[in-house]
Ligand binder design. Sequence first.
Ligand code: SF4
Length: 158
Amino acid sequence: MELGATVCLPRSPNCKVCPLKNDCLAFEKGVQTNVPASTKRTPRKRLHHHAVVLTCKGEYAFEQRDETGIWASMWQVPTVESSSRMAAVQVARQLGIHESIELIGSFKHILTHRIVEFQVFACEVERDKRFQWHALDSIDRIPLASAQRKVLDVHCGT
Ligand code: SF4
């Protein structure tokens, strides 16, 4: 008999017919409807990533993420992270970009414990030595964080 599927049901265990009742601590204590305790799922943490697609003569700027945290050591377009949504001018200032950046799209990327809300910006700039520059047909050479394909898709779709 498949006890878990036919007798010891989570919400209504049928202890009267259960062959294990003499050995069952939950039955002995009268708490059979309370175990296992229901586990409440912790709400996913919400993060805001402001991803800025910087282009210069057909090449795209990339930076490497920190060695710890999500997408550790992976590559991404220059990104400002925060706990709330930021305006374009704030994002540009944080990245040290003097040109004005334009919001071109947004999407949510859902991870096991987090929801990352991406705001995607774009701007044509002068080549900046702080970043690595790659043409789109050569980005397979760098390990991109998974959501970065979506960032680039937003840019290519505009
Ligand atoms: S006696 Fe214990 S194992 Fe059997 S149905 Fe009740 S709670 Fe489940």
